[in-house]
Design a protein. Structure first.
Length: 134
């Protein structure tokens, strides 16, 4: 369980940094030079989100973990950007909200789908084994 929590948290961190890097690259900015400046507000929001929802308890759950992590990361990130004099133009807020939804909730949906497929396959193979043994 600890391993899953650490991996989930690290994946969230990587995705938030990827979001910031993609944004910087799309605006012809030097990605590496300003990556920390762009990503820290959202990373701080992510940390708060994990603490609020206690993400380590159920790190791959969509509800409430994924949704709370997404909302708190976006809101916290935007508030910290505003407080630090960074831009929070409406188009940026919309793009960040939708992109982080796809990233932070999306991977959890994919993980759920994979688990569902594995459990179906596991159930089928077990039933075949029972039939073969009979």
């Amino acid at each position: 369980m600890i391993r899953a929590s650490v991996l989930a948290f690290l994946l969230d961190v990587v995705l938030v940094v990827a979001f910031a890097a993609t944004g910087r690259a799309s605006h012809d900015s030097d990605v590496l030079a300003g990556l920390w400046h762009t990503s820290w507000p959202f990373l701080a929001g992510l940390l708060v989100a994990w603490a609020v929802v206690r993400g380590w308890r159920s790190p791959t759950a969509i509800v409430p973990t994924g949704l709370v992590i997404w909302v708190v990361t976006v809101v916290g990130g935007m508030l910290l950007r505003a407080a630090s004099g960074q831009g929070t133009a409406l188009p940026f807020v919309i793009v960040a909200t939708l992109t982080l939804l796809v990233l932070l909730v999306g991977w959890r949906l994919i993980a759920r789908g994979i688990r569902s497929l594995r459990s179906r396959r596991g159930g089928r193979s077990r039933s075949r084994d029972v039939v073969r043994r009979a």
